[in-house]
Design a protein around this ligand. Structure first.
Ligand code: NAD
Ligand code: MG
Length: 399
């Protein structure tokens, strides 16, 4: 069996590093690395390149290129910097691509990988939220195999009987509930970035950690699931499950529920996608259900976590709305991390941007440029909302 060639987009992130860890453990006879990309962390990217010897590496931010050049020039490894270089990395022929860039920044390279074909392991949920139809169409045109990496979607993928869709009643995404599962509304209002970043179960990048705290992560995942499994959102339910052992469930017409379980460690869903259709050996801690004793489940609180409703409404509205939702959320999360707005202002910013977008002349979402135009509208409207919320907070502090 020849080695599977792999490209990792977002190689220096939490999902990217976990992917490379599995590749390293499986060994060169199983995997060879075609391309790696990162945004600003040239030092880490260069280190990974020297170790894994890809054909090409790309850095999103050209300002950091000299650090990459200093290590890679003369090494025999080609490199490039800037958005086009990242897209070029994605376009190189590889059997399997991990799409793990965070946010809408991953749209273009991920689409490049899907258009090329092969297997595309999808972690970059924001790309599916913004442009789900385009991605699913591109995959069907190129024959690319989309392998869900998000733990809930990966779980559902494993227990979803595609050949008997008519027998499926609904799917259920579980949610850990994040750090504010039991917090009061007042505590959430006063939350600082450090409180919101401290996820009780999962160790992840900053953006998705804040999304977990607002539960916008689950809102984005509802939309992601609708596209991946071709379902209306009324067939996608959310269940809070603080232990994060059961990752996703499919309910069948006969009343049976099929679930996938595993320790809350992203290496398991990533390994499932990396080895697919075979299973890879991992060093993930084995589940000891007897030691766990019990698992708990309950319904999410719609009042403290309005993001779930906001995401469903954006999906229902269709057109530009999901891309506006995503862009506004990215702006709001960054503004919260920068200390410009409060924690509860994140959902308010998104909701405000969506309301205002309905009064604008937004484009039809029929091509990639239209998605980028909707993304830009979301960023502008959210920027306005952030300015209003932060001004209001300053006036309150001064008065
Ligand atoms: P991260 O912040 O740890 O890493 C993000 C990666 O994207 C980095 O390699 C970074 O260099 C790259 N990147 C960021 N901006 C870029 C840009 N403008 N151009 C090119 N590259 C850019 O994020 P993460 O936690 O690894 O998450 C990656 C994706 O996977 C996200 O979409 C997230 O929602 C999804 N995801 C993550 C987890 C998890 O456990 N971390 C779980 C499920 C889904
Ligand atoms: Mg998830």
């Amino acid at each position: 069996m020849s080695a599977r060639s792999v490209t990792v987009l977002g190689a220096t992130g939490s999902v990217g590093l976990a992917t490379l860890d599995l590749i390293r453990t499986a060994g060169a006879e199983r995997f060879s690395v075609t391309a790696l990309t990162a945004n600003t962390n040239a030092v880490e990217l260069a280190r990974l390149a020297l170790e894994l010897r890809p054909r090409f590496v790309a850095l999103g931010d050209p300002a950091a290129a000299p650090d990459l050049a200093a290590v890679l020039d003369g090494s025999g490894i080609e490199w490039g910097a800037g958005e086009d270089a990242v897209a070029h990395a994605a376009s190189l022929d590889a059997d399997w691509t991990m799409a793990a860039i965070v946010g809408a920044a991953g749209l273009k390279p991920t689409l490049e990988a899907v258009r090329r074909g092969g297997a595309v392991a999808f972690a970059n949920k924001e790309a599916l939220v913004c442009a789900g139809q385009l991605f699913m169409q591109a995959a069907s045109d190129s024959g690319a195999r989309l392998l869900p990496v998000d733990s809930e979607h990966n779980a559902i993928f494993q227990v979803f009987d595609e050949s008997r869709r008519a027998g499926i009643r609904r799917i259920i995404l579980t949610a850990s509930g994040g750090p504010f599962l039991h917090a009061s509304a007042d505590e959430m209002k006063a939350a600082k970035p450090g409180d919101a970043l401290a996820h009780p179960i999962w160790s992840m990048g900053a953006k998705i950690s804040i999304d977990s705290a607002t539960m916008m992560n689950k809102g984005l995942e509802i939309i992601e699931a609708c596209h991946l499994f071709a379902l209306g959102h009324e067939k996608v339910d959310v269940l809070v499950h603080p232990e994060s052992i059961v990752h996703g469930l499919v309910e069948y017409a006969d009343g049976g529920l099929l679930a996938q379980m595993g320790a809350p460690d992203m290496r398991t869903p990533i390994a499932h996608a990396l080895g697919w259709p075979d299973r890879l050996e991992t060093s993930v801690a084995r589940l000891d259900l007897a030691a766990l004793g019990k698992l708990t489940f309950f319904a999410p609180d719609p009042d403290r976590f309005p993001a779930l409703r906001i995401a469903r409404e954006a999906f229902d509205a269709g057109g530009c709305a999901p891309a506006v939702l995503n862009a506004a959320n990215e702006v709001a999360v960054q503004a919260f991390l920068n200390g410009q707005i409060g924690f509860l202002d994140i959902a308010s910013t998104v909701s405000d941007a969506l309301d205002r977008a309905t009064r604008e002349d937004t484009p039809q979402l029929d091509d990639f440029d239209a998605v980028l135009a909707c993304d830009a509208i979301g960023r502008r409207l959210a920027g306005d909302a952030v300015a209003r919320f932060s001004r209001a907070a300053r006036l309150k502090d001064n008065g």
